[in-house]
Design a protein around this ligand. Structure first.
Ligand SMILES: [Zn+2]
Length: 349
């Protein structure tokens, strides 16, 4: 033995000790690393197991997994999501997440799962998925963006505002988004007296990043006088549906009579009788109704629908965030001429 090990005063002995120490440190960090990775995996698995096996519509649970399946199954999950078959899409995503062990390989699938939960109305689950993604990858812009939407839909506006800082750090322009969330928070604030809310809304009209249509809609329901006083003659087209559906009692004829476009709108609607029939509003549908009225046809009405300027989808009711692509301030009003069915006496407010 004495011949194998160097003597303790031999320089070789110190080198041997150093090598043994390095080996011990390397081995222990490998063991600790493996343990941490295992713990991470099991925590994600445990977390996702809460969402599993509700209505297993696809029998994929026992299907043997192969890496080649990832792409086609992801595409299939996406297709199910687009068709509104959310549970099928969710099950496919959960199957993939279960079988892929590296977080960064399944990050996109987790994002898709979060979005499907959001689309399907499972807001709390969607929130948990995005929080889980951000826990492992805090710089994931898409997850931050969607988490903000989820918070907004849950009416957790302060948390939605907190998302803006990391988005800004990641280079996003968040001015309009901030205005959108702050306006939602203000409109929701029940403790604020009505007069203060009206005052604040009027101030916000001066700020370019705040959506004009949303503020005007709120003003018309809170304080008619202030709404009429602040109606911008250059942006009448953007609130045409709101003006069209206002009950006659809510009209301010002083202001209407001073504006040719407003006169034309209410003449077309049949609220105003005017002899100046040649007045043009420069709104095609309104001018067509007036022309028909002059020609003796008196039963044309307007039917409104709402388009998204970003994804170009159309919806029968208005929105503040596009239901399809979640864009803000993207609403476009489309009016169609229809035959009048009965006297419409309802308001949008
Ligand atoms: Zn859209």
């Amino acid at each position: 033995m004495d011949n194998i090990l160097p003597a303790y005063n031999d320089p070789l002995f110190s080198i041997l000790i150093i090598i043994i120490l390095i080996l011990i440190v390397a081995l222990s960090s490998l063991v600790v690393g493996n343990y941490k990775e295992k713990k991470k995996k099991s925590s994600l698995k445990k977390f996702l197991s809460n969402f599993k096996k509700e209505n297993t519509l696809l029998n994929i649970e026992d299907m043997p997994f192969e890496k080649a399946l990832i792409k086609p199954l992801s595409l299939l999950a996406e297709a199910f999501k687009t068709q509104g078959e959310y549970q099928k899409s969710i099950n496919l995503n959960l199957y993939l997440i279960d079988n892929i062990h590296n977080f960064f390989e399944k990050e996109k699938i987790l994002e898709q799962l979060g979005e499907t939960y959001l689309k399907g109305g499972f807001l709390k689950r969607s929130k948990l998925i995005y929080l889980e993604i951000l826990h492992k990858h805090p710089r994931n812009k898409r997850a931050l963006f969607y988490l903000g939407i989820v918070y907004e839909l849950l009416h957790e506006f302060d948390k939605a505002l907190e998302i803006l800082t990391p988005l800004e750090i990641l280079g996003e322009d968040t001015k309009k988004l901030q205005a959108h969330i702050e306006l939602s928070k203000l409109l929701e604030k029940k403790s604020l007296p009505k007069a203060d809310k009206v005052k604040k809304l009027t101030q916000l009209l001066q700020k370019q990043e705040y959506p004009y249509r949303r503020i005007m809609k709120a003003l018309f329901s809170l304080n008619l006088e202030t709404a009429w006083q602040n109606l911008d003659p250059n942006r009448i087209d953007t609130v045409l549906d709101i003006l069209w559906f206002l009950p006659s009692l809510n009209l301010n004829f002083d202001i209407i009579s001073r504006n040719k476009k407003l006169c034309a709108i209410y003449f077309a609607k049949g609220t105003l009788e005017t002899e100046e029939l040649s007045q043009k509003s420069n709104i095609f549908s309104i001018d067509t109704i007036i022309a028909a009225k002059i020609g003796g046809k008196d039963n044309i009405d307007l039917l409104f629908s709402y388009g998204c300027g970003k994804c170009k989808n159309h919806f029968p009711i208005g929105f503040t965030r596009c239901p399809k692509c979640y864009a803000i301030d993207s609403i476009q009003i489309k009016e169609t001429l229809v035959q009048q069915q009965s006297q419409t006496g309802y308001s949008l407010l």
